[in-house]
Design a protein around this ligand. Sequence first.
Ligand code: ZN
Length: 488
Amino acid sequence: MGELFVYNSFSREKEMFTPLHAPNVGLYVCGPTVYGDPHLGHARSAITFDLLFRYLKFLGYKVRYVRNITDVGHLENDADSGDDKLLKKARLEQLEPMEVAKYYTDRYHDMMDALNVCRPSIEPNASGHIMEQIDMVQQILDAGFAYVINGSVYFDVVKYNQQYRYGQLSGRVIEDLFSTTRDNLEGQEEKRNSVDFALWKKAQPEHIMRWKSPWSEGFPGWHLECSAMGRKYLGEKFDIHGGGMDLLFPHHESEIAQSQIANGDTPCKYWMHNNMITVNGQKMGKSLGNSIMLEEFFKGSHKLLEQAYTPMSIRFFILQAHYRSTLDFSNDALQAAEKGLNRLLKAYDTLNALKPSDISSVDIGSLEKDCFAALNDDLNSPIAISVLFDSVRIINSVNEGKESLTKEDIESLTKLYNSVLFDILGLKKEEKSDTGLTDNLIKFVLDLRQKAKANKDFAASDKIRDELNSMGIAVKDTKDGTVWELKN
Ligand code: ZN
């Protein structure tokens, strides 16, 4: 199977993957902030690390996959007003904050299930780990790398930078950060340096989510939860930390600083980041009106969408790009993905029905090797998929009698499809929709109508047509018989 190499964002090099405690692997991925519906960007991150999770398991590792739910303290990151996003949503919809978090957590799970994304081994909530976060703040304070002002605790980035380097992961230098850090955030004026970040924030009167701490009644800073929960479930040093590239700075950079001070080391051996999705060449964003929710894809209900797309088309579309490249959404690209996936699934059916020969006229030996060489090369799913497409040509020409394959070769091709297409890439045949049932029912009703017409019972036949019509089913009598279609 060869050795797996992954691109480590920290060293900026491809490195051979060697777990700290093989065969166990600790994987931590930053999960969703549950104040809104998941969009295409969420799908890309989840599918990227689902591919990694599936492949590590395929290679025989025992993976503990932790993906958190951020349900508190995303304050520092809100450029709009410095208000807690979840709290704002709760106020807007007149709900308990926990009600909002639960609702969107369920929505996230529903969408990820549809995309065939495996659930993580542990899915901790930030709000359920306040004690662990308070402990870590205290450790950082005791070590002298944080300070308390007006009940809030800030990480002293300038002091940290004198001893370690803040910006190692993102490649930023602190001098530049001073000039680019926003200075309009709440609490900015009380920090010693604009680059410092909050470990604990004193709650304002309007904050509902608040906990007692040695410093104030308040809530943890956003970066803290991942450091505290990663340590709790995976230990002070674990194998892989993943997330979207947008989290590289300041989130992951700050996580490194926190762990360095609290644990005396960086939190993980490998950092992996998936790249972003653009929409028709443009950055995706709510304000641009091009942030398409997953449910809108599944229903085709966004103005930029020409049709509905199945979850598997979306999964395939995402896997057809390498996770470190930007991926541009367009209807054309998604429709091409849909066609491509159907070709592969159809080839699998053809493969299962192939008649074996005594000799193979084509050499399929390199297909498996090439597929796994691609996956071992930093999860190069587009290359692995293109190798599968090569096999489609072979399968089809065997089916047409132009080439031949032995029983053993057919079996090993089937095995390749089962492991790569289904187990590792996580694709599957879409659940059969009820089209079959609908077809049969309508045919049955139209037969009844035909009989009524034959008996010259036109009142009955018209009533059947009108009833179907009111259900959104258009019935047309043509010279070749009666046809029907769903009206849009
Ligand atoms: Zn995180």
